[in-house]
Write a protein that binds this ligand. Sequence first.
Ligand code: NAD
Ligand code: GLY
Length: 353
Amino acid sequence: MATHMDTVRVALGERSYDILIGAGLLARIGAFLSSLNLGQRGVIITDTNVEKLYAAKLRAVLAAEVITVPAGESSKSLRQASRLLEMLPGLKLDRRSFVVALGGGVVGDLAGFVAATYLRGINFIQVPTSLLAMVDSSVGGKTGVNLPQGKNLVGAFYQPRLVIADTDTLQTLPERELRAGFAEVIKTAAIWDAGFFTWLEQHGQTSLAEAVRRCCAIKAEVVSRDEREGGLRAILNFGHTVGHAMEALAGYAGVLHGEAVALGMCCAAELSVKRAGLKREEADRLKRLIANSQLPTRLGERYRLEDLRAAMQLDKKTVGGRLRFVLLKKLGEAVVSDAVTDADLEEAIYVCR
Ligand code: NAD
Ligand code: GLY
């Protein structure tokens, strides 16, 4: 018997697609893909952890080769991308062939970049298995890899044809990864939907499928209005200006993306009180929800202000050398600001030490 499934539509004209969310969807993937009129040949790109758990399940319903990359952020590299690309001609993939990304955000971003660039673009299907990938990275078409100098500095906007989020896969996700993914859930509520934020305060991590659905609906709305980050979409980077800098300084090791975003949101909350009129009590609610979700709220002594500032200058969010921050006017309403001064940043980082 088919179990309940939610469908969220990302409305982008001829690039529109559905996000399917529910339990037990991996077993139904063959049927979902058959409606897309794809070619016979395809490849499943996954990582070493997810391969052990789910690749066989997917292969049972999908005739496709499996290619595996080492688990972890370091696989989001030009080296891995070129290794994968050079394997594809041998698999005789053509323009109608498809790439399935089975895994977290690392696999999704990497496989998406490969799909975007091979033969100037072949069909791409996202099968996110981490919470972060379900609520954020699998939706919206940002694909790419890191350079040693910074995150996501090489990439392409390339929308998937379909996203299939089987929430059963979250059962095997390590606790720390689940919490890190929850940081992006909190971010999504904080920038867009005060009611959802209150719901998160009440439900915590007890209703993840519903949290996934609500996050996907919000991201679909934002991306539909601004696919290529000409304006509105930038609000999805709330917490990411400082967060990305911390990840780069840590060499993409030791701190998870979601943990860095959690710390970045704490700094951004302070900056929002100073520069965007966020009420102190709302900033405190945000920090409390982050702390209650067992995410970090204190930077400690690990990151020096000068290093953070230098790393931020390399970030894509820097425009004409000026740092841009996403700030909250209130819970549920975000604004992009270039009013933050060095002194503001220093103070925010000091308060969050
Ligand atoms: P990840 O892909 O490294 O996955 C986290 C860990 O969980 C890995 O070890 C992975 O092997 C494991 N894993 C995944 N699913 C599992 C499962 N069901 N069971 C057991 N283990 C599982 O990291 P992530 O947090 O999913 O994604 C982070 C990446 O996403 C970063 O590179 C970040 O920049 C990117 N990102 C991209 C976007 C975008 O819009 N494209 C948005 C947000 C984040
Ligand atoms: N995660 C930010 C974006 O998709 O735009």
